[in-house]
Design a protein around this ligand. Structure first.
Ligand code: SAM
Ligand code: ZN
Length: 287
């Protein structure tokens, strides 16, 4: 798909679905798409980039994650390491309503999902490097990417049917605000054996990070959301030909001595998908 086509698709989406957004500066509604800029009631403007995304951050985007990390992540995800989880999410989401990927990184997860569902899918990430890659790789017209901060999501209250939060930080206050009353948050978190081969390469058995527990993350999710469903995925993927990308795909290995002499034959994917709904007021009072 050409860049011009992506810009046109974004312009069309913003004009048609203006009511979904709220200005991250003043929290008022958007009123106009003029040429390549999106304008709120108070005149704040946000430009559609030459690649076809919109930059909604106030201030500069942090560059915590390098292009190299995102490139490696793209190779590994497109190799298929998360395919069973993406397949599960596509069946849960079930083709209705707006879906937001909060922390969409370089976009492979949303791209793969967009091939399986007809929903409109919006990817938000604070990293411009990530969003630039995501929008360059986009092939689906039901998919749009934005540079945005999860602590100030530029979406209107109760506008979203499902939020995906895949191995990314969360902001449950904002998630609750943008979710429709019967909307669902899917948070994908690592279990003890997620990429365990990498962790065991880096840490000694007596070191704190040799083992990992997600207990606190699960507890916090359960405090924030109701009717929590939990689905565990644990499998190994053959990765011999992409072992250097695996080493570079996670911040875990940033300060580790990179073992170029080393090949990993198989990697363990051990993840849990937590699905939760908004607490109703009645339920909140009871607790
Ligand atoms: C480990 S990556 C996961 C990305 C993607 N979901 C994946 O699995 O490949 C975590 C992502 O969260 C993003 N992130 C961190 N803080 C954020 C924030 N406040 N708002 C939006 N995105 C954020 C990072 O830029 C990064 O892309
Ligand atoms: Zn504004």
């Amino acid at each position: 798909m050409t860049k011009t086509k992506k810009i046109e698709q974004m312009r069309f989406f913003l004009s048609e679905q203006m009511q979904l957004f709220r200005c991250p500066k003043c929290h008022k509604s958007f009123v106009q798409v003029e040429k390549n800029s999106f304008k709120c009631e108070l005149g704040h403007t946000f430009d559609i980039s030459r690649k076809g995304s919109v930059f909604f951050l106030i201030g500069k985007a942090p560059d915590d994650y390098s292009k190299n990390l995102f490139d490696s992540r793209r190779t590994v995800i497109q190799h298929g390491i998360f395919d069973p989880v993406i397949d599960y999410l596509s069946k849960k989401i079930n083709n209705s309503g707006l879906v937001v990927d909060a922390g969409s990184g370089e976009g492979s997860i949303t791209e793969l999902l967009a091939h399986k569902i007809n929903n409109q899918l919006l990817g938000f990430d604070i990293s411009k490097n990530g969003v630039d890659l995501a929008v360059s790789g986009k092939t689906q017209s039901n998919l749009h990417y934005f540079v945005g901060d999860l602590s100030n999501i530029p979406l209107a209250d109760h506008s979203v049917r499902a939020i995906i939060n895949f191995l990314s930080p969360a902001n449950y206050g904002e998630f609750g605000r943008i979710l429709e009353s019967d909307g669902v948050v899917y948070k994908i978190i690592p279990n003890a054996n997620y990429l365990v081969e990498l962790r065991h390469l880096k840490y000694q058995t007596n070191q704190k990070h040799f083992n990992y527990s997600n207990e606190n993350v699960v507890n916090l999710f359960k405090e924030n959301f109701a009717s929590v469903e939990s689905k565990k995925f644990s499998y190994k993927v053959a990765v011999k030909e992409i072992s250097s990308e695996l080493m570079a795909m996670t911040p875990l290995m940033w300060d580790a001595e990179l073992r170029t002499d080393f090949e990993i034959d198989q990697i363990t994917v051990d993840l849990t998908v937590l699905g939760g709904k908004q607490w109703t007021k009645k339920k909140k009072l009871k607790d």
